[in-house]
Design a protein around this ligand. Structure first.
Ligand code: ZN
Length: 303
């Protein structure tokens, strides 16, 4: 009898260990400060800051495009994020695509943004490539990498890419057309899609690194983030994961593992997987506008 109980307990513990892996993830928001849309920029910022505070998310990062500072009270809003403890980071002055512009123009953009962001108390040297594009050739890629190191910047990489920007675009169109929106359904869809992306990149990491790294989630500073960030964080926690500060996430060893590949558009985990010769898919199915259109159609959002 005791032996059976022992076996049963062991089996249950083993099953629990296999199914529950407490992942960790930090939140980041690109293209701040966004303009006025369904929410005004100021409403969006107030909503985000208030929600972070009420759900105990203490440190996220905003990757800023500084030619947008003068729109929609942008400067004031970045100061609000900064004073609430969130990090202010560099995403260039005008969001150029390194796969299209030369390295020289890119350097100017980075330096200009760095100066513009100087006054924010939580400014950091993290730099995130627009579109996550690190250059089409090794020569361009390596010259920018060298420039970043020489000038005290580090790569504000992501490990989980999302198409939240596309969902937000469809949302804004639906609002403009005056069509009705089922916000509960939209929230569930937003949360489900992002959560399944997190699971995808985590399992890719476990398969290629042999462990679950501290993740960095890519979102944008848009209305859907403001409307649903609390629901997303609740889901992450309900699944047994922890939302951690971005500084802690960037202390993970993969911060120093710079993949020697040109495939960089899906973030660091995918790039490391590519470097190690992983043959399976390197992007989640939801990083595809046609897939999203069909999925949203099937669940009846934005009809
Ligand atoms: Zn961007």
């Amino acid at each position: 009898m005791n032996k059976i109980l022992y076996l049963l307990t062991t089996t249950l513990l083993l099953a629990a260990a296999l199914t529950v892996r407490a992942g960790e993830i930090a939140l980041t928001f690109d293209d701040a400060p966004g303009g006025d849309s369904y929410l005004s920029g100021m409403e969006r910022t107030k909503m985000l800051v208030r929600k972070f505070d009420s759900i105990g998310v203490q440190q996220t990062a905003f990757f800023c495009v500084t030619d947008r500072l003068d729109q929609a009270s942008g400067r004031t809003r970045l100061m609000m994020y900064s004073e609430a403890g969130h990090m202010i980071a560099n995403h260039t002055h005008n969001h150029p695509d390194l796969n299209k512009v030369g390295a020289g123009r890119f350097f100017t953009e980075i330096v200009r943004a760095d100066h513009e962001l100087d006054l924010y108390p939580t400014q950091t040297g993290w730099f995130r490539y627009p579109y996550l594009h690190e250059g089409r050739t090794r020569q361009v890629r390596d010259s920018v990498r060298k420039f970043l190191v020489n000038n005290g910047f580090s790569n504000g990489y992501v490990t989980v890419n999302t198409f939240d920007w596309y969902l937000n675009k469809l949302f804004q169109t639906t609002v403009r057309q005056g069509r009705e929106i089922d916000y509960d359904l939209l929230r569930d869809v937003y949360v489900d899609i992002i959560w399944s992306g997190i699971l995808f990149y985590d399992s890719l990491a476990v398969r290629t690194l042999g462990r679950s790294p501290k993740h960095v989630l890519l979102l944008h500073e848009n209305d859907l983030a403001a409307l649903f960030i609390d629901a997303l964080v609740e889901r992450i926690r309900t699944e047994g994961w922890y939302v951690i500060g971005i500084s802690e996430a960037y202390a993970d060893p993969i911060a120093d593992e710079i993949p020697d590949v040109l495939m960089n558009g899906q973030g660091r985990v995918a790039a490391i997987a590519a470097e190690r010769g992983y043959k399976g898919p390197l992007r989640h199915e939801s990083e595809d506008t046609a897939w999203l259109d069909a999925y949203l159609d099937s669940v009846g959002v934005f009809e």
